[in-house]
Each structure stands twice: as structure tokens, then as C-alpha cells.
Design a binder for this molecule. Sequence first.
Ligand code: PEP
Ligand code: MN
Length: 338
Amino acid sequence: MIIVLRPDATQEQIKHIVEKVKKLGLKPMISRGTERTIIGVIGEEDIIRVQPLEVFPGVEKVMPILKPFKLVSRDFKKEDTVIDLGNNVKIGGKRLIMMAGPCSVENRKVLLKTAKAVKKAGATVLRGGAYKPRTSPYSFQGLGEKGLKMLAEARKETGLLIVTEIMDTKDVALFEKYADIVQVGARNMQNFNLLKEVGKMSRPVLLKRGMSSTIKEFLMSAEYILSEGNFNVILCERGIRTFEDYTRFTLDVNAIPAIKSLSHLPIIVDPSHATGKWGLVPAASRAAVAAGCDGLIVEVHPNPEEALSDGTQSLLPEKFEALMQELRKVAEAVGREI
Ligand code: PEP
Ligand code: MN
């Protein structure tokens, strides 16, 4: 249920309503828009039906949210959410945000080299996994905290923000310390305990779509994070499982406009995991930008042949730089900028 306040509602009136909602044993979530404030009410809706909240001063109307996702929905918040990632980098506005870097943090040298190259090409966020969700327990599992420290060093050296994947609730404090954006990977999209924990974090969360998840399930996972109070969620379409096996996954371009209409949250695209082939990454990236995404996360490696993970889908730095040039034109054609 959402309580839409009048544009002239006072702080006192808002406080009064919030207190009333809490007294009823429900959880109020305040969203302050540019025009008006909305209070989302989470909990057993029947309780509130017996309370005529419409009569409270400052209230314009009370509406049920019929969709299962509430806080993430456009009904709850009409305007696009713009998230301040730090360093004056904002996602969800006119400018697209480019995140790039190796699949895994492998060593200082490769990481710093990649970081400098992607920064030069125009990226503002460095990606790199220190805890890797690998299909095989015998594959490289990541450097752990050592890898997080290398990412922090790369941030210091380049000024890039860091996005890196969390796999375990016990690592929350570490990620608060080292990451600017905390990534929840496709395989953990429905790890509800992890979603609740990152929902309590102070860092923005990059939530990747599960490879076999519907758009509705994806948004319900985001709802878990918002319901714990963290409204800074960036969604990421990264390809889904289909019958096609020529590519690693199938990029669901439909998901971009669909999610834009259903939710106010920013959505980015990962063309690297979606295709699994570096040669397909540029076309998938162009399609994603044309379809209205808010940014991309791209795997880049200075020596893909030697990469410890996902070399086949990693772009060489010069290929990434060329892609950035192309994307600037596509972005301009759809009223955006990079
Ligand atoms: C990654 O970004 O390195 C990754 C493992 O992606 P996904 O969770 O989308 O498979
Ligand atoms: Mn990868």
C-alpha cells in the first residue's frame, strides 16, 4: 500500500503518519521525490484497511500496490532513481556509466594495467572479482581479501570506483571497507539471506539477474534489498538460459524496456557473460545502449589467453577503447551520453 502525500504536506504531518503506521505494527518506507513524498507501507495490508488514513492531514490518497514488488515499482516512485556512487559518478541519469575490468582479480600488475587502460577509455568503475562463484570447485576461486586490497590500491592509483562480488553474509564488513559497489552475482540472486544483509549495507548494490529467473523474480529479489532500507540498487541483465548453446547465455534485450516500465531502478547490461564470446560483445553492447540501459559492465583483460577466468569473453583494452567510441554515437542517437 502506498500513501501519497500532498505536495504541501509538512514534516510534522509526515512524522505523525509514520508514527501511526509503526503503531499498527507495519513498516513505513519514505520516498522523497522532487514533487511529492510517498510513504510505502510494508506488512499485513488488512490492518490498514480499517484505518482511514485518507483523513490524516497531509494525505492526498492511499492506494494499494497490486504488483508483488512494491518498493521497486514505478507505482511507488514515478521518477527514475539516480544513485550517487561517489566521486561525482551518478547512475540512472542521462549519462551512461561504464564499468570494466577483468573477470577475476589475478595479481597487482594485471589489475593496475587493466584499470589504467579502462580509465583512459572512459570507464568510471573498475570491476574484478576477489571471491569467484565457479562452476567447478577445482577452478580458480579468487584471491579473497588480498584481491580486495589490490582493488583498493587500484582505486587509489586511478580514482576509479570499485565493484566486486560478495558471496557470503560473513564478508559484509570486509565489503563495507573495500567496495564502492557490492555485486550480488547471478548465482546468488535468490540467496535471500545475502539479499537481506546487503539490504542493510551502506553501499550501493549491483544485483545481477539469475540465469533462469523471470523479470518478476528478479524484481522480487531487488525488493528484498529495498525492504531492508537500501534503496541504492542497480539491476543488471546478464543473459538468460535458453535452448541456444552457440552463445553462453542469451541477452534478454526485452528486459531493459520492460524493467524500465515496471521499476524506477537503474538497469545496466553485462554483454560479456550474456554472449560468452568477445567478438559478440560490441554488437550486444550497442543493442543494450540503444534499448535504453543506464550503463554496461564489460570484461577487459590485457592478455585474455592467460586469464584465470572468462578469457574467451574478455576484450583487449584497445578493443574496449574502440567500443567506447562506437557507443558514444549510439548513446547520442538515443538522447544519452557517455
Ligand atoms: C561476474 O560478473 O564475474 C559473474 C560471475 O557474473 P554472473 O554472476 O552474471 O555470472
Ligand atoms: Mn566473468
